[in-house]
Every structure is written in C-alpha cells, then in structure tokens.
Design a protein around this ligand. Structure first.
Ligand SMILES: Nc1ncnc2c1ncn2[C@@H]1O[C@H](COP(=O)(O)OP(=O)(O)OP(=O)(O)O)[C@@H](O)[C@H]1O
Length: 302
C-alpha cells in the first residue's frame, strides 16, 4: 500500500442479517488529510467507522488502515488509532485525571503524556474534580484528549463539536489542524456542515449505504454544476445596461459556472467598470443537499 495513505477502503459492503448497511464503498484518506464523512441518519457512517476501527469485519471488500489489514494484527492497539465517539460518556464519579490515566494504562501511554494533555487542553484547574461537575465543553475536551492519548496516526471523530460553543469548536478544530500538520489522517462524521467546511480536505457523502459523491470541495462543486453567485450594489441596473450579462442574471445575482466565470468577470470589470462585487461559491451544505436531491430523483425514476 502507498505509505502516504492513512486509509484505503476498497469495495466495502456490510450486511446486518441481510440488511445492506454499506454497499460497495471505496475511498482513500492520505496522512495529513481530513475527510468529512457525511450522510443522513442511518446512512452507514457509524458502520464504516466501526469497520475502520476493526470492531466489525466487512462482509465484502478490503480495508487497509495505516498499512495494515485488521486481520493481520495480534492486538488492536498495535495501530495508533484515536477515536472520539458521539456522546462520549465516562464514569462520572472519577476525576478528569483518573479517567485519562485509566485510558493511558489501557493504551500503554506514559503518565507524563496524561499531564501534558491535561495542560494542553486547559483542564489543569479541574483535573481533580469529578467528571459530573464538568461542563459539556470540558467533557468534550477530555474526550478529545482521550482520543489523542496514543499520538494517533489516524483519528476518527464522531460529531466532535455537537453542543459546543463557537470558541470551544474552534479550539478542537485547531487541535485537529495541529495533528494534521504532524501527518495524522483524520475522519470526521458530522452534520455541522458550515462548521466543518473550512476544516476539511475531502468529503465522502453516503446515502443508504451507498457512496453518492467524494472528492475535494472544489471537485464536488465542479461535478455538481452548482454556480458561483456574483452580487454587487445596483447589479440590476448594470445588467440592464449590458445585455450580455442578462443571460446570467437570476435571483439578484449573476450565476457563474466554471466556463462562463472569467468571461463574465471581464464584462463586469472592463465593460461595466464594476469592481465592488462579491463572489460566493456554493457552500458545503448546498453541495450536500444537491447530491441528496439528485439521489432522491434517481430513486424516484428507478
Ligand atoms: N447491529 C446492527 N444490526 C442491525 N442493523 C444495524 C446495526 N447497526 C446499524 N444497523 C443499521 O444499519 C444502517 C446504518 O446504520 P449506521 O449506524 O451506520 O448509520 P449512521 O449513518 O451512523 O447514522 P446516524 O447519523 O444516525 O448515527 C441503519 O439502517 C441501522 O439501522
């Protein structure tokens, strides 16, 4: 396997008692790359995460994680994989430090690493308090610290920022960025599309166990054909004066695709002398809804 890959999943299918939870899903995540794993409830995201963790063996297909097939491993903790489950719940009578120390012992991680993470995650002041006194943000920081105890080369995060305030969310994404810089591959399952948009390199969109779309945001935008919007003050009057713009004008904006973009920009700037304008690319949420609606239409036809 390519040593630059954190994950290579080929033609993964999984059935639960005859029910198809995943069907022929393939993707790759490079080391130092973050992939968003997206899909409605029941799309198969958790099933895929369990397969990557080695908790489930896929009915079909091959998964190579950090260069290894799970069946080759003598022990699961041979691979440095970090995992933050959704709604992380620890025994709440233990203190933050006791919880991290417990996982450190399981993962054979040294005590100084526990102290280092407590400090790094700003939990020193609360390390000797029982977990039940922690806020949601503090619990999530502790959960994240638990996930990266082993200095993971692959990090799997299930809804890492749900219920967190913007500062706490940004803190976690900052940490994810640091890990990426160190070459860690990251997979994030989330429904918070606007939050993750600027923090990912690639996305995989699942629907009912099938891969609907995958690629970088630029590729997903390009393949969707969704248009970039150009807006400007008094745009309607500029369009009235320059009839060549009329074909692109809809919903108070010029709607630009990859082919027309440079030509229209030229018209706007050199013919109309308009320089005060904004370009808005389709957001991840728009791209996601586009692929979901395409899928519904395909299913309705078939
Ligand atoms: N152990 C199981 N036995 C039977 N069916 C299961 C099992 N685990 C999951 N499923 C089914 O497989 C499908 C995919 O479930 P999965 O939990 O992977 O979805 P998900 O995308 O993670 O959903 P969510 O966003 O709600 O967490 C669902 O229809 C679910 O009911």
């Amino acid at each position: 396997m390519n040593p630059c890959l954190a994950v290579s999943a080929r033609h993964i299918s999984h059935q639960f008692a005859g029910f198809s939870a995943l069907n022929d899903v393939s993707f790759e995540v490079k080391r130092g790359q973050t992939m968003a794993l997206l899909g409605h409830n029941g799309a198969g995201k958790s099933t895929l995460i369990k397969i990557l963790l080695g908790l489930l063996k896929p009915s079909e297909g091959e998964v190579i994680v950090l260069g290894k097939n799970h069946s080759e491993l003598k022990q699961r903790n041979e691979l440095r994989i970090g995992y933050l489950p959704e709604n992380v719940s620890f025994y709440d009578k233990l203190t933050g430090k006791e919880i991290l120390s417990y996982f450190a012992a399981l993962k054979r991680v040294t005590k100084p690493r526990v102290s280092q993470l407590i400090e790094e995650f700003g939990l020193e002041y609360a390390q000797d308090r029982a977990l039940k006194t922690y806020s949601k943000g503090m619990k999530q920081r502790l959960g994240f610290a638990q996930a990266i105890l082993c200095e993971p080369e692959l990090l799997l995060l299930d809804e890492p920022t749900v219920g967190l305030d913007p500062v706490a969310s940004q803190f976690l994404y900052g940490k994810i960025d640091e890990l990426k810089q160190q070459g860690c591959g990251v997979i994030v399952c989330t429904h918070e599309l606007s939050l993750i948009e600027n923090n990912i390199d690639i996305a995989l969109i699942l629907a009912k166990g099938e891969s609907l779309a995958k690629g970088s945001l630029a590729e997903l935008r390009q393949n969707s054909g969704l248009k970039t919007r150009l807006t400007a003050p008094n745009l309607a009057s500029w369009v009235a004066q320059e009839p060549r713009l009329a074909a692109y004008y809809a919903d108070d904006a010029l709607q630009l695709d990859a082919e027309s973009k440079s030509q229209v920009l030229q018209l706007v700037m050199s013919e109309c002398q308009v320089f005060d304008f904004s370009l808005t690319q389709p957001a991840l949420a728009e791209i996601y809804h586009f692929y979901m609606s395409q899928n519904k239409q395909t299913q309705a036809v078939s």
